[in-house]
Ligand binder design. Structure first.
Ligand SMILES: Nc1ncnc2c1ncn2[C@@H]1O[C@H](COP(=O)(O)OP(=O)(O)O)[C@@H](O)[C@H]1O
Ligand SMILES: CC(=O)N[C@@H](CCC(=O)OP(=O)(O)O)C(=O)O
Length: 298
């Protein structure tokens, strides 16, 4: 390497010192969406960024989905996925797939790959002899347009999080990897939308940041046009866009989760494109950030 190049590299390291200090010991909850995990290159870069964050003393916690992998396994089993307000209707057969694929295969794959990249990770799933579950909850009750109760089967919402377990892992330098399932007081497993699971973890841990990594550059005015990205979205505008149908499908629980999290004191919430190389690091150390930031008001 030429001396000049080496000096530039050293300059970059010194520049990074400010933001590394700023975020040292602060918790960032990273929601890894199933859609971005379908892109092998994107996943590799994201996991390396997470290992970097942990190495420099930040405290990343990963909450992951796996919607695409569940739907694939369902179609192999000749089951038809059905979504209501962005949530998967979950009967017993579907729940079995969620447990095997999301809480099992996907969860362990993420932890193993982080270890392959030199980091340390702990898969926190309820499967197997050592039940490592950290999310506890109850069946989700959704209301339809006329206030009627919608039956979603084995779908849950998180009501409590094992904070101590997560704190201990973070302080021991292990990245917690949490699948989006919860257990009821009776030990019944429930399928939880991963955006709402990430929200619950961010709230419980008093996270500095909550970052949703998806396969779009953020919330758009026209979902098929990247140029129509909304950089800053207020709570009021978000509710309006959901009502008008501009925000639809998988983006609904994401935005709803952001709005609820804002009310509970998490400082910064962003929806960003996980396929963009180093999107996580860019989000942390650029002032404006990337993607869509959700705020209470401007
Ligand atoms: N207004 C919108 N702006 C951007 N994406 C939207 C919007 N409305 C709906 N979507 C859809 O939401 C999807 C992201 O949600 P989802 O598929 O659940 O991803 P993830 O697996 O990351 O949670 C996008 O791929 C897009 O098709
Ligand atoms: C109740 C419910 O909808 N659960 C989700 C859990 C996975 C998820 O949310 O994954 P993504 O982040 O990839 O969308 C599901 O079954 O698809």
């Amino acid at each position: 390497m030429k001396v000049r190049e080496a000096i530039e590299k050293a300059d970059t390291l010194i520049e990074a010192m400010g933001w590394i200090r700023r975020f040292r010991d602060s918790i960032t909850v990273i929601k890894l969406g199933g859609s971005v995990m379908e892109d092998a290159d994107a996943l590799r870069h994201l996991l390396v960024d997470i290992v970097f964050m942990e190495t420099v003393g930040m405290r990343p916690i990963v909450v992951h989905g796996g919607g695409a992998a569940i739907s694939r396994a369902m179609s192999e089993a000749k089951l038809e996925p059905r979504f209501i307000q962005g949530r998967r209707y979950t009967d017993q057969d579907t729940l079995d797939i969620v447990q095997r694929v999301l809480a099992g295969e996907v969860n362990e794959m993420i932890a193993e790959r982080i270890e392959d990249f030199g980091g340390r990770a702990m898969p926190l799933n309820p499967n197997g002899e050592t039940d490592n579950n950290v999310l506890f909850g109850e069946p989700l009750k959704l209301a339809g347009e006329n206030g009627e109760e919608i039956d979603l089967g084995f779908v849950g919402q998180v009501t409590s999080v094992d904070r101590d377990a997560l704190d201990n892992l973070c302080y021991a330098g292990q990245v917690p990897i949490i699948p989006s399932v919860c257990k009821t007081a009776d030990g019944q497993l429930l399928n939880v939308n991963a955006d709402t699971a990430a929200m619950a973890v961010a709230q419980a841990m008093g996270a500095e940041k909550l970052i949703f990594l998806s396969d779009v550059n953020g919330v758009r005015l026209n979902k098929d046009d990247p140029e129509s990205l909304i950089h800053t979205l207020t709570a009021e505008a978000a509710s309006e866009l959901i009502k008008k149908g501009v925000i639809e499908s998988g983006m609904i629980p994401k935005v709803q989760a952001c709005l609820e999290t804002l009310e509970k004191g998490v400082k910064k919430i962003h929806i960003i494109d996980g396929r963009l190389r180093h999107s996580l690091l860019l989000e942390i150390y650029t002032n404006r950030g990337i993607g869509t930031e959700i705020v209470t008001a401007i």
